[in-house]
Write a protein that binds this ligand. Structure first.
Ligand code: HAM
Length: 428
């Protein structure tokens, strides 16, 4: 707890300037990548009606049962901080009339909220970059989306990742499978832990996801969904796998990958890493062909994924890449009231003429020595020095900071023309 008696809320983190470079790098790369694949950005609210999440993510999921930040408005309406973005995007597509047979390729990013037990890589406020393609039945879009994520890891220099794939089939096939599972787990009820016993009634598929070592034997003996797929889902999945193999995108089929949200059908996938401890999923998603009609929109097959930004950033930082703040091109040292006054106007005019150059002007005073220390620390290759003495003669000094010698006096009116050339010689 800080001196002021304030503390950040548990599971919610500040992103400090020293860390922001990696975030901005990821944001820049994804923004360009998504645009190159034809995706457009949309932004949806952080708060939605609670019923939206209950109807989409599912009543018997961990998220809806125990992880939502929910509050009640004065008029009794129940609202929830979004635990994920897919439901809000589906809602936005319906309520804004964006569908009508259209095909939409969308992405969004921002904070999500889940009241989970915080630990490294698992937070109560975390950030997702989320991509959705609405109106595509696949499997071509499934493949392209996975190829896009594989390209993203390459662009980011992330190598310790593995793609896991599964198919959940159609809701009908899953219903039949669910009965097989209930029969099997009921026969083995004594071997189930309390959590799984509870799930047996509501969401038996989630039992397959159990991390409890004592349950691994009973889980591994359970019937597999992949053995109960309908013919069309099987063909969809086979085409997906065959094309990924032909494109040299490695994957493993994980028949126990069931995902923690109920809206999925057919393809589900997860990129996992062995470099982050137990929170190993960095990017996950799948098809949700039934969600939009279930929410009251027209039938729209769809697929999407979201990556956990904190986890991807942790991988980037682990890789030893540095993302320093870009240094100014020119640090402006101005000593004396008059020099300060003239300097402020002068630097504004230099900024007007060279929008691509970064001029950082010393602020907060200080003698020349102190200002040069700051200039050095800024990493700028060049200092622009304004003193009363120089101003009287209508000149300023340009002083290289990373090389010996070469200080020169330049008439104020010529600064704008001379600075770019001097910077070029310094960089060369
Ligand atoms: P999800 O698997 O719940 O899927 O979350 C996606 C990613 O968000 C995870 O792979 C993980 O990297 C990150 N994540 C989830 N929970 C936390 C947490 N508590 N702290 C830090 N990171 C976390 C979805 O949210 C789906 N909406 C994805 C999707 C989009 N499916 C279709 N379209």
């Amino acid at each position: 707890m800080s001196k002021a008696g304030l503390a950040a809320v548990r599971g919610m983190n500040d992103v400090l300037p020293a860390e922001i470079g990696a975030w901005q790098h990821l944001e820049r790369i994804t923004r360009e990548l998504f645009a190159a694949y034809g995706y457009e950005e949309l932004r949806v609210p952080m708060v939605e009606q609670t019923t939206l999440f209950k109807r989409s993510i599912g009543e018997f999921t961990d998220i809806v049962e125990k992880e939502m930040f929910t509050f009640t408005e004065a008029d009794g309406e129940s609202l929830t901080l979004r635990p994920e973005a897919t439901a809000g995007i589906a809602r936005a597509a319906i309520t804004n009339g964006l569908l009508r047979g259209a095909r939409l390729k969308l992405w969004t990013s921002g904070p999500m909220f889940r009241h989970e037990r915080p630990q490294a890589g698992r937070y109560r406020q975390f950030t997702q970059i989320d991509v959705e393609a609405l109106g595509f039945a696949g499997p071509d879009i499934d493949i392209e989306m996975i190829a896009m994520t594989a390209r993203l890891w390459r662009q980011l220099g992330i190598t310790r990742v593995q793609l896991k794939l599964n198919s959940l089939g159609t809701p009908d096939a899953r219903k039949a499978y669910r009965e097989h599972l209930v029969t099997y787990f009921t026969q083995h009820a004594a071997a189930l832990d309390a959590d799984s016993q509870r799930r047996l009634g509501g969401n038996p598929l989630r039992i397959l996801d159990s991390k409890n070592p004592a349950m691994q034997a009973v889980v591994s003996g359970a019937p597999l969904l992949t053995e109960h797929l309908d013919a069309e889902s099987r063909a969809h999945f086979d085409a997906l796998c065959a094309t990924l193999a032909a494109m040299n995108i490695p994957y493993v089929i994980d028949p126990r990958l069931v995902r923690g949200l109920d809206y999925y059908s057919r393809t589900v996938f997860e990129w996992v890493t062995d470099a982050l401890g137990s929170q190993n999923a960095i990017c996950s998603g799948g098809r949700y062909d039934g969600l939009i009609d279930q929410l009251g929109g027209e039938h729209t097959p769809a697929i999407g994924f979201a990556m956990g930004v904190e986890r991807v950033v942790a991988l980037l930082r682990q890789g030893g890449q540095e993302f320093p703040r870009p240094a100014p091109h020119v640090y402006v040292v101005a000593s004396g009231d008059r020099a300060m006054q003239v300097g402020l106007a002068l630097v504004e005019s230099l900024r007007d003429q060279h929008a691509a150059l970064r001029f950082e002007m010393n602020q907060g005073g200080g003698n020349f020595k102190a200002q040069f220390r700051r200039a050095d620390r800024s990493g700028a290759p060049l200092a622009l020095v304004l003193g009363d003495n120089e101003l009287e003669r209508g000149v300023a000094a340009l002083k290289p900071l990373r090389q010996e010698g070469g200080q020169q006096e330049v008439p104020l009116a010529e600064l704008a023309a001379r600075i770019p050339a001097i910077l070029t010689t310094l960089n060369g």
